[in-house]
Design a protein. Structure first.
Length: 63
């Protein structure tokens, strides 16, 4: 699948946030902030999927 630089940038930004939240949850396992980070990471994954599919539908270079 050929994608444009903007698609890659959007994906990289979301993946960086997900990675950060996941690491925080792993480091502080069992605490309330860790559970919140894990839940936020899941929500961020869903937002990433929506943002990338929306971009793919409207981008002339990707779609």
């Amino acid at each position: 699948m050929k994608t444009c630089p903007r698609f890659s940038r959007i994906r990289a930004d979301f993946e960086r946030d997900i990675h950060y939240l996941g690491n925080h949850a792993a480091r502080h396992q069992g605490t309330v902030p860790a559970k919140v980070s894990a839940r936020t990471a899941l929500g961020t994954k869903q937002r990433m999927a929506r943002a990338l599919s929306r971009h793919y539908e409207h981008c002339l270079e990707c779609g």
